[in-house]
Write a protein that binds this ligand. Sequence first.
Ligand code: ADP
Ligand code: MG
Length: 385
Amino acid sequence: MGAQQVTDRFTELYGTAPQGVWAAPGRVNLIGEHTDYNDGFVMPFALPHRTTAAVSPRTDGILRLHSADADAPVAELTVDALAPGTDRTWTAYPAGVVWALREAGHPVTGADIHLSSTVPAGAGLSSSAALEVVVALALNDLYGLGLDGGRLALLCRHAENAYVGAPVGIMDQTASACCEAGHALFLDTRDLTRRQIPFDLSAEGLRLLVVDTRVEHSHSQGEYGWRRAGCEKGAALLGVGALRDIPHSGLDAALARLGDEEEIRRLVRHVVTENARVRRVVDLLEAGDPRAIGPVLVEGHASLRDDFRVSCPELDLTVETALAAGALGARMTGGGFGGSAVVLAEETDVPAVTAAVREAFAAADLTAPRTFEAVPSEGARRLLP
Ligand code: ADP
Ligand code: MG
């Protein structure tokens, strides 16, 4: 949504012009799946899709919230009364950010906020982080809090964990707050160090497609739970703090130590090899060889499908069809059991790859997937003034 449009709507809703307009993007993860809760590596990049917020501060303890994407009138909350777990609607995300800032001792005394987003909600592209980060950045600027992107990301995660009640990792908020255009973000989820990795696809004649399968298998919550517990058990059996501590060179020895714990062995193998794949992708991109990451993406998909077993027929069909139609690489992205896949292809092959995936879904009697090009875009920033 344009800055002018949200400014006009804000003025209509609240009677005066906003003091500023900010934007924060959604993201996709290029590689590094199910590694974050094992203290490992991830590599997201920001999408051009973003959430825009027009905001003014208030001094009277009132928080007014409105979203063009929620079918609801302006919500009016009292910042002193904000309490975790009490709000089951969309306003928990921005209110949670205000709560987290105040919890951390920052003197936020209210705000008027109007939001509008082009990030599809619930499609695994992190509309929730875009929403949190745009609000956090706006309040940071308006209240002169002086917090950097990494700190804002931590506060947003705390808001989503504690206030909304969703047990998410640190990737989404960090990506939204810290990504740069033409780059992917290499993030160490243990020490939170991050590095911008060149990923300027169009300069290379390449394209990255996101294929949203538009399926979400309902058992994903429980499936996530036992895998996460299995990873923790694996780390405990191997005597390390987290699976991140098993180097790739130590994988065979670790698997041997796990003996007949076949379930755990598979989980461990995925996490250890996935961390190694993230590092390989970093090395290849830094060496200026983006085409060479294709096979690494494919290996990552096979590991998620066969070892971690979080893929699904629609994601496998997308990956197989894209590769058969000439894509350089493809993998599921996000937690799995539906959601989206990423496909790396030569610019000239995009029409054929897209058509092949559509036809394959139609032939299998599946809902048509939503496909769009993901240009690595800038992270959260102020648009106006
Ligand atoms: P994802 O982050 O993958 O899009 P989530 O379930 O984490 O999915 O977050 C989606 C939820 O975030 C929505 O159901 C809604 O409550 C909230 N949300 C995201 N963007 C907006 C928006 N622009 N306006 C209102 N609510 C939003
Ligand atoms: Mg989310």
